[in-house]
Design a protein around this ligand. Structure first.
Ligand SMILES: [Zn+2]
Length: 66
């Protein structure tokens, strides 16, 4: 079972994003060096705050928030 390193959520209905050991299109280590796993809620919040770096700047959730 996955558990969010940020909020401790382990709801099986949520999607979980892992930064390690997989090579993913996103990287949050600069802002969250100790987080291995984000639930989709924390991931979305961090992403909306610009704290998740996308490889090649390909952010599938990109919003016109500027
Ligand atoms: Zn979370």
């Amino acid at each position: 079972m996955s558990t969010c390193c940020n909020c401790g959520n382990n709801d099986p209905d949520l999607y979980y994003y892992w930064d390690a050991p997989l090579e993913e299109d996103y990287d949050w280590r600069d802002n969250f060096p100790l987080v291995d796993c984000f639930c989709e809620i924390c991931f979305d919040i961090a992403n909306s705050e610009g704290k998740i770096k996308w490889i090649d700047d390909e952010d599938p959730f990109k919003r016109d928030s500027n």
